[in-house]
Design a protein around this ligand. Structure first.
Ligand code: GAP
Length: 431
C-alpha cells in the first residue's frame, strides 16, 4: 500500500487533501493523471450500465437535499457508527473495528467482554459505546438555527428515489427499469483509513433498479451476473482477487433484506469494493408516508397498481480506483499494466534527442497527428529515453513512439510496447 500511495503522489494520480496546510483527514485530491483514470472508470461504468442498455436512465440530483429526505430514509435515526473513547488517551475509535467479528450493532457489554486494547496507548479502559451519526450537518441560508439545518448527502441513492415519480410521470418507463447516478457522497467517518478506501468525501456510482415485487429474486441474480461481467470483463479485475459475501442480517443496512458484498483483495487485506442490496419497497413507501404523495406504479398492460421493489448495485469510485491500481501494478517491474481503455495516455511521443531541432519538429508532427485522432497522447522529451520509458511504464502508457534519425530518412518510427518492452519499426502512416 505504501508503494501505491507513493506512486500516486510521485506521478500525480492522488495527493492528500489540502496537503500544503498539513492535510485534512479523510480527503484526497486527484491530480492530472488521477482525474484521467477516474474519468475513464466513471465513463466505463456509465457506458456499460446506461449507454449500452435501454432499461437504465441517468439522473444528476443535487447534493444538498431537503432534510426531510433523511428522516424518511431512516438516516437521521440510524446512519450511525458505534463510537468508543479510550479513557486513558482519549483516542476515539469505531468499537466494531477493535474486536474480532465485531459489527455495527455491537453493545458496550459485548465490546468490554472482549477486553480490546487501545491501538494508541495499549490500555483497556473504555467509555460506553455511543452511536455517532455520520451525516455532515450544515446550515442553509444566512440564519444558523434548527430550522436551517441540512445535510450533505451520505449516499447518492436518495437523489434517485426523490426523482422516481418525476421520471415515471415524464418518461413512462416499463418495469423493470433503473435510474443511475454518479456523484459525491459525504460521511463523517470516525477513522478514515487505508488511503482512499475509507474517505469522508467519496464518489459513488449507484443504480436503483425498480422491479415487480414478485420478480426481485430473478432480477437480483441477473444484476449479480452483470456486476461480475462489469468488474471482470469490462474493468479487467482478477477474479482470484474478488469474493462474494452474503451479508448476515445483523450486518445489513437498515433498509436491506438481502445484501451481497463484492470483496476485493487490497494491499492491506480484503475489503468491500461494492454491494448489491435488495432494498424492497422501503424507500418508496417511506417517501409516500412522509410526503403524502403516491409512489404507485400502474402496469401498462394489466392495469395492476403497486409499489415497485428496488435492487441497488452501488460502488465507490475511489474503491474501484484502488482495486484497479492494486490489480494492474507490477511492483517488481514498476509497470502499471492498465488496459488501453483505462490508461490515462494511450501514446507517448518523443524525439530521441531534444537538442536536435529536426527530430523535435518531426516528433511534433507525429504528436499532432496522433493527438488529433486519439486525444489521450502525451509528449515527453525529458531525460534520456530509458527514463522516459520508466516513467511511462509507471503511469500505464501502453505505447511509446520515438522519432530518431531514421525517421527523417525513411518515415518510420519506433513503437515500444509497455508490457513486453518489444520495439517495432512502423511507418508513420501505419501508426
Ligand atoms: N446506497 C447504498 C450505500 O451507500 P454503502 O455500502 O454504505 O451503501 C456503497 O456504500 C459503496 O460506496 C461501498 O460499497 C463503497 O464502495 C463506497 N463507500 C461507502 N463508504 C465509503 C467511504 N467512506 N469511502 C469510500 N468509499 C465508500
Amino acid at each position: 500500500m505504501d508503494n501505491i500511495v507513493s506512486l500516486c503522489k510521485r506521478r500525480g494520480f492522488i495527493f492528500p487533501g489540502s496537503d500544503i496546510y498539513g492535510g485534512f483527514a479523510g480527503t484526497w485530491d486527484f491530480g492530472p493523471l488521477g482525474v484521467m483514470l477516474k474519468k475513464n472508470l466513471m465513463d466505463a461504468w456509465w457506458s456499460y450500465w446506461v449507454d449500452k442498455r435501454d432499461d437504465i436512465f441517468g439522473i444528476d440530483a443535487a447534493i444538498l437535499m431537503n432534510p426531510t429526505t433523511w428522516e424518511a430514509s431512516g438516516h437521521t435515526a440510524t446512519f450511525a457508527d458505534p463510537l468508543v473513547e479510550c479513557k486513558n488517551c482519549h483516542g476515539r475509535f469505531r468499537a466494531d473495528k477493535l474486536v474480532e467479528g465485531g459489527n455495527e450493532s455491537i453493545t458496550t457489554e459485548e465490546f468490554k467482554s472482549k477486553n480490546p486494547k487501545c491501538p494508541t496507548c495499549g490500555k483497556s479502559d473504555w467509555s460506553d459505546i455511543r452511536k455517532f451519526n455520520m451525516m455532515f450537518k450544515t446550515h442553509v441560508g444566512p440564519v444558523e438555527d434548527a430550522s436551517s439545518v441540512a445535510y450533505l448527502r451520505p449516499e447518492t441513492a436518495q437523489g434517485i428515489f426523490v426523482n422516481y415519480k418525476n421520471v415515471i410521470d415524464t418518461l413512462y418507463p416499463s418495469l423493470p427499469f433503473g435510474l443511475a447516478q454518479q456523484g459525491k457522497a459525504f460521511r463523517n467517518e470516525i477513522s478514515p483509513r487505508d488511503f482512499i478506501l475509507r474517505d469522508r468525501e467519496c464518489s459513488q456510482m449507484e443504480i436503483e433498479y425498480f422491479v415487480k415485487p414478485e420478480t426481485w429474486e430473478t432480477e437480483f441474480e441477473k444484476l449479480l451476473k452483470e456486476i461480475n461481467e462489469f468488474l471482470i470483463k469490462v474493468i479487467g479485475l482478477d477474479p482470484q482477487k474478488l469474493r462474494l459475501e452474503e451479508v448476515a442480517e445483523k450486518d445489513r443496512a437498515h433498509y436491506s433484506k438481502r445484501t451481497i458484498d463484492f470483496m476485493f483483495q487490497y494491499p492491506n487485506g480484503e475489503e468491500e469494493l461494492m454491494g448489491l442490496a435488495y432494498r424492497t419497497d422501503f424507500d418508496l413507501k417511506n417517501i409516500e408516508r412522509v410526503s403524502g404523495k403516491s409512489m404507485d406504479y400502474r402496469d401498462k398492460i394489466t392495469n395492476e397498481v403497486f409499489t415497485p421493489h428496488v435492487i441497488e448495485p452501488s460502488i465507490g469510485v475511489e474503491r474501484l480506483f484502488l482495486a484497479v491500481l492494486t490489480n494492474f501494478w507490477d511492483e517488481e517491474k514498476g509497470i502499471l499494466h492498465l488496459p488501453e481503455s483505462l490508461a490515462p495516455y494511450k501514446f507517448c511521443v518523443s524525439p530521441l534527442l531534444k537538442n536536435k531541432p529536426d527530430l523535435v519538429e518531426k516528433a511534433r508532427e507525429v504528436y499532432n497527428l496522433l493527438k488529433e485522432k486519439y486525444t489521450f497522447v502525451t509528449w515527453d522529451d525529458s531525460g534520456n529515453i530509458g527514463k522516459r520509458y520508466k516513467k511511462q511504464d509507471e503511469i500505464g502508457t501502453p505505447k511509446c513512439v520515438v522519432i530518431d534519425f531514421d525517421t527523417l530518412k525513411d518515415g518510420t518510427v519506433t513503437v515500444r510496447n509497455r508490457d513486453t518492452s518489444e520495439q517495432v519499426r512502423v511507418n508513420i502512416s501505419e501508426l
